[in-house]
Ligand binder design. Structure first.
Ligand code: HEC
Length: 214
């Protein structure tokens, strides 16, 4: 037997085997992709995932949403510059008044019972009197921009940064307050929310330039 012809046959056999293996891998990957697309379509178009707010997320979806939210807040708040006077008593009093009017309905406050809205919200609005794991810069960013796919509004659309920093100053203080101290601080707020909004609008230049600055 001629050794050359044997090795020639061996080589072509090997090439055919490799080819077949490539096709097999391609078919497996393609099949797996089709199954994935099919399953995803079923979940999306089949209405399988329950979006009802009275049924908690499944564990994987909860993990995904929490991780996306935490990372997004951390990255976006990285450039926020925190003012040095967050413990200024005037900021705290102003912030307390704003908080009582704008936030306590969802986030509650010292001495406050759960409201109907706070019971029905999902994801839940955290009880901020218990403190939060966020830094002041992160709190500011969340309050200013709000959070998609939750009931947290973007307060920066209607409020200027100074008012939002007053709120953040108060958020840092709130965990130390008893119900009575909270009420006293709210009563000491220099202005009601409406007065504050009026002043803010007069202060910016959108057509109110002729009105006195206060
Ligand atoms: C309509 C209800 C609602 C109102 C009003 C509201 N929030 Fe929220 N807020 C939420 C919800 C819901 C979340 C949680 C979102 C999530 O977990 O994805 C949230 C999250 C937050 C967080 C992040 C908390 C954390 O630990 O992750 C802060 C800070 C916050 N809100 C501050 C405020 C402040 C300050 C105000 C008032 C100016 C306010 N919120 C008004 C519903 C509300």
């Amino acid at each position: 037997m001629c050794p050359q012809s044997v090795s020639g046959k061996g080589r072509s056999g090997l090439a055919a085997f490799r080819m077949a293996r490539h096709w097999l891998v391609a078919a497996l990957v393609g099949g797996a992709l089709l199954v994935l697309i099919g399953a995803a379509s079923l979940v999306v178009y089949g209405g399988i995932y329950n979006v009802a707010a009275d049924i908690p997320h499944t564990q994987p979806v909860f993990w995904l949403m929490t991780t996306v939210r935490e990372r997004s807040i951390a990255v976006h708040a990285a450039g926020v510059v925190v003012p040095p006077d967050l413990t200024d008593p005037k900021r705290l009093a102003t912030g307390a008044g704003q908080y009582a009017e704008m936030c306590s309905g969802c986030h509650l406050a010292p001495g406050m019972k759960r409201t109907e809205i706070s019971r029905g919200l999902y994801p839940r609005a955290s009880e901020l009197r218990r403190g939060s794991r966020l830094t002041p810069a992160e709190e500011f960013w969340v309050v200013k921009h709000g959070l998609k796919m939750s009931g947290m509004p973007a307060w920066g659309v209607s409020h200027d940064d100074e008012l939002l920093w007053d709120l953040v100053a108060f958020l840092r203080k709130m965990p130390e307050l008893t119900a009575d101290q909270y009420q006293t601080l709210v009563r000491s707020a220099p202005k009601t929310h409406d007065e504050m909004m009026q002043e803010m609008e007069m202060g910016n230049d959108h057509g109110h330039g002729d009105q006195p600055h206060q």
